[in-house]
Design a protein around this ligand. Structure first.
Ligand SMILES: Nc1ncnc2c1ncn2[C@@H]1O[C@H](COP(=O)(O)OP(=O)(O)OP(=O)(O)O)[C@@H](O)[C@H]1O
Ligand SMILES: [Mg+2]
Length: 248
């Protein structure tokens, strides 16, 4: 797929709170090419989730605009092609994992045979076959994360917006997500995700952008950014000014 998966131009979000106004995003510009795996990084409170919420149409930016595959994010057409995994995913706990995926398939008007086969494929890829017919209320945190990711993928979306997809997962769970993201990339999907696992990001991403206090402070291919800092983590700490907090 050609063109850009995501574009943000002069994106500004100001929240009004009891403590006054918070400038969560201060005029950010960002381009995520279609078919790429893009890591959206930044310290806690940098504005990553806020930017994702604008892409999903949950909040209207104070100024600037954002588009998905060339369509303004305020239009529902753009959102039909998105799969979104929120920062704190929650599934219907009274359903079994398989039922939860079947429900997603029905919502997207998939054919019953397609729903069955897609649910089976995703349960297998995310190592949930043994738990598929148990209620989600019995799942561990990592299993909840994986069933929610499977739910996100049921409609086979062209753009995945994943807010910390590997949060709470053990090393094998994280590896499964990495493999899945690689598989999605080979199928031409665009993946835009946030993460604090910088060694993982270094392995997976075509490009990254680093956000600090609502501004983009670095952007490029991980290998090109790292340079003399030796690791993305060291680079990140330097450009976000957070290395001062931990000392040499
Ligand atoms: N609804 C809201 N009302 C007021 N302030 C908010 C609201 N949501 C977020 N903020 C503030 O906006 C800033 C950006 O928050 P955001 O959740 O986008 O950060 P983040 O980069 O996703 O952080 P994390 O890594 O902790 O998930 C923070 O200062 C946060 O306190
Ligand atoms: Mg967040």
């Amino acid at each position: 797929m050609k063109g850009n998966g995501i574009e943000m131009r002069g994106l500004t979000v100001t929240y009004a709170s009891r403590m006054g106004t918070v400038n969560a995003l201060s005029g950010i510009n960002l381009t995520v090419p279609s078919g790429s795996v893009f890591g959206f990084l930044g310290p806690n409170g940098a504005g990553k989730t806020t930017a994702m919420h604008v892409l999903l149409g949950f909040i209207t930016p104070t100024s600037g605009h954002a588009s998905i595959f060339g369509e303004d994010v305020q239009g529902s057409i753009a959102r039909q092609r998105i799969g979104y995994l929120p920062e704190h995913p929650i599934a219907y706990r009274f359903l079994t994992g398989r039922e939860y995926l079947q429900m997603a398939g029905s919502l997207f008007l998939l054919e019953p045979t397609q729903i069955k086969s897609r649910a089976k494929l995703l349960l297998g890829q995310l190592d949930l076959i043994d738990a598929a017919d148990r209620r989600i209320s019995t799942y561990s945190r990592g299993m909840m994360q994986r069933i929610c990711l499977a739910h996100t993928l049921m409609s086979d979306p062209d753009l995945l917006i994943l807010d910390e997809p590997t949060g709470g997962l053990d090393p094998s769970g994280r590896m499964k997500i990495r493999m899945m993201i690689n598989d999605l990339r080979t199928r031409g999907k665009t993946i835009f995700f946030s993460s604090h696992e910088l060694s993982e990001v270094e392995l997976m991403c075509d490009s990254v952008a680093i956000l600090a206090d609502g501004e983009i402070v670095a952007e490029g291919k991980p290998a090109a950014l790292v340079g003399e800092d030796k690791s993305l983590e060291r680079y990140f700490l330097r450009v976000t000014g957070t290395e001062k907090e931990i000392g040499p």
